[in-house]
Structures are given as structure tokens and as C-alpha cells.
Design a protein around this ligand. Structure first.
Ligand code: BV8
Ligand code: ZN
Length: 242
């Protein structure tokens, strides 16, 4: 592993433009559960019941109960050394973009600034009746929150399965990936698209790809270097070797 850490550090030393894609694994050591660890259930729920528009249409209260619990969880945990290392890495490069599939806000709390939230945020709500999007922080919300502007029910500002990602965010992430010298893919099973597509986009654009994960994933075929261990240890080790 030591020589892989050195190989990753040497790729970064030669880089000017760095892009990172993170997934639930980067927050695992903070105590935030990942998605696919259990048997396809997510905190005891089926994904289509709590992270799909059909689930929202069928039972919005169940969806809110699920997201109230995730908001409380996100508010009760802290960034881990992996988040901290990514925030420090950002300062070392002229161009650094961090695209995350996570909605827990831990990258921002660790000090990362250029964060693209591909799948939305637990902090934000989006009105179903008007265009209002509000950052509510992570304080508890009413069981079924409503819009201060128009009184309609608000939903979590999260991209559910079957929903389009924010066009602007995805375009910016795609451009950063396609023009990067080094692309780090951290803590993601790389099965959810279009986010996972950023890895191939970076590789096709000529980037050197470094994977940080516990195991090989669908992204591994694109990786020039693989660091397999907890990202709370492997990311700080690469930073220290820079
Ligand atoms: C879209 C928000 C266009 C929820 C999420 C049929 C109909 C419609 C769409 C599709 C379809 N078939 C396929 C699709 C596309 C679909 C998709 O990709 N499905 C997959 C499952 C096959 N994508 C979509 O629907 C996207 N929209 O395509 O719109 C469209 C529209 C209509 C019709 C067609 C197309 C929207 C995708 C966004 C969904 N929302 N999240 C919420 O979070 O509340 S995705 C959800 O999965 C999370 O965001 C999560 O981040 C993401 C990916 O999971 P990972 O982050 O990778 O987490 P996972 O648990 O899987 O892996 C953790 C990894 O960490 C593991 O590898 C593990 O080894 C590693 N790890 C663990 N601990 C550590 C570690 N690594 C290092 N250190 C550790 N300590
Ligand atoms: Zn409204």
C-alpha cells in the first residue's frame, strides 16, 4: 500500500486540475450508514418507498419521516479525517472540484468550498407549489413542513431515483471531470448514474484516476491506482505524502 500511496501522491504532485467524486463511503467513518451495505434496504425502507417520486406521491409522511431521521443523523455526526484531507487538498491546486453524491453536508462542514451536490442536500427543502428552495439547516422540521411563501407542502431538495439532476450542477461536474489531470473517486460503488459516469468521462479526457475504497467497484477498471482501505486513513496518507 505504501508504494500505491506514493504513486497517488506523485500523480497529484504533477497535477494542476483535480476533480473528486465522493459517495457514501467517505462518510461511513463519521457514522453515516451507506446505501448498499444492507440487503437493498435503506434504514429498513425500500428505496422506491422513500427515495422515488412514486413513494412521495403514495405516502409523503413516510418519506418525510425517513428524511427527518437522516437530517437528525447528519446533524449528530462530524466530518472524519477523510473529509478533512479533501478540504486541505482543495487548497493545494489551482483548480479543484469536489462533486459529491452525498446529501449530508459533511464536506462543507470540513471546510471544502467548491462542492457540487449532485443529489441535493438534507439541509434544503423545495416547495411543491412555488419555486421556493430554502436552506433549513439541520434543525428539526414540522412532521409535514409547508412553504412560508405559499403554504404548499415542501419536499426534501433531494434528487430521487428517476429524477433528473440539476442541469447546471451536472454540466459543471462533467466539465471538471473531462478537463481534470487527476480524478479521485472516493467511497462510491459507482452504480448510480449519471454521477458514476463522471469516472469514465475523466478517464476519456486523459485524467489519471485514483480509487479510494474498501473493495474494487465498477469504477476500478478506470483506476490507474487503487488504495483499498478506509478513506479516513488512505486520504490523509496521500495528503501527507504530497
Ligand atoms: C436519472 C438521493 C434521468 C437519495 C440518490 C430506471 C428508471 C429511471 C432511472 C433509472 C432506471 N434504471 C437506471 C436508472 C438510472 C438511475 C440509476 O443509476 N439506478 C442505478 C441504481 C442502476 N439513476 C437515476 O434515477 C438518476 N436519475 O437517471 O434521471 C432519468 C429520468 C427518468 C427515467 C430515466 C432516466 C438519479 C440518481 C440519484 C438518486 N438519488 N440519492 C438520498 O440520498 O436520500 S442516489 C444514492 O446512491 C445516494 O446519493 C448515494 O450516494 C448514491 C450512490 O451510492 P454510493 O454513494 O456509491 O453508496 P453505496 O452504499 O452504494 O457505496 C458505498 C461505497 O463506499 C462502497 O463501494 C463501499 O465499499 C465504500 N465504503 C464503505 N465504507 C468505506 C468505503 N470506502 C472507503 N472508506 C470507507 N470507510
Ligand atoms: Zn411555495
Amino acid at each position: 500500500m505504501a508504494d500505491d500511496t506514493e504513486r497517488a501522491a506523485s500523480l497529484l504532485r504533477q497535477a494542476r486540475r483535480v476533480c473528486v467524486l465522493t459517495g457514501a463511503g467517505v462518510s461511513a467513518e463519521s457514522g453515516v450508514p451507506t446505501f448498499r451495505a444492507s440487503d437493498g434496504l435503506w434504514e429498513g425502507h425500500r428505496i422506491q418507498d422513500v427515495a422515488h417520486p412514486d413513494g412521495w406521491a403514495k405516502n409523503p409522511q413516510l418519506v418525510w419521516d425517513f428524511y427527518h431521521a437522516r437530517r437528525a443523523k447528519a446533524g449528530s455526526v462530524s466530518p472524519n479525517p477523510g473529509h478533512d484531507a479533501l478540504a486541505e487538498l482543495e487548497k493545494r491546486f489551482d483548480s479543484f472540484t469536489l462533486a459529491t453524491q452525498n446529501v449530508d453536508g459533511l464536506h462543507q462542514r470540513a471546510g471544502s468550498r467548491a462542492v457540487l451536490e449532485l443529489h441535493g442536500s438534507l439541509r434544503r427543502t423545495r416547495c411543491t407549489g412555488c419555486i421556493d428552495v430554502t436552506d433549513q439547516g439541520l434543525d428539526p422540521l414540522p412532521a409535514m413542513p409547508t412553504c412560508v411563501m405559499c403554504g404548499a407542502v415542501v419536499r426534501p431538495d433531494i434528487v430521487w431515483f428517476g429524477e433528473m439532476l440539476d442541469e447546471r450542477v451536472l454540466k459543471e461536474a462533467g466539465r471538471a471531470a473531462a478537463t481534470s489531470d487527476v480524478f479521485l473517486v472516493v467511497g462510491t460503488s459507482a452504480v448510480v448514474f449519471p454521477a458514476a459516469g463522471l469516472v469514465a468521462l475523466a478517464a476519456r479526457g486523459g485524467a489519471k484516476v485514483v480509487e479510494f475504497n474498501l473493495t474494487r467497484t465498477d469504477a476500478s477498471e478506470f483506476a490507474d491506482v487503487g488504495l483499498y482501505g478506509p478513506s479516513g486513513q488512505t486520504l490523509p496518507a496521500v495528503l501527507a505524502a504530497l
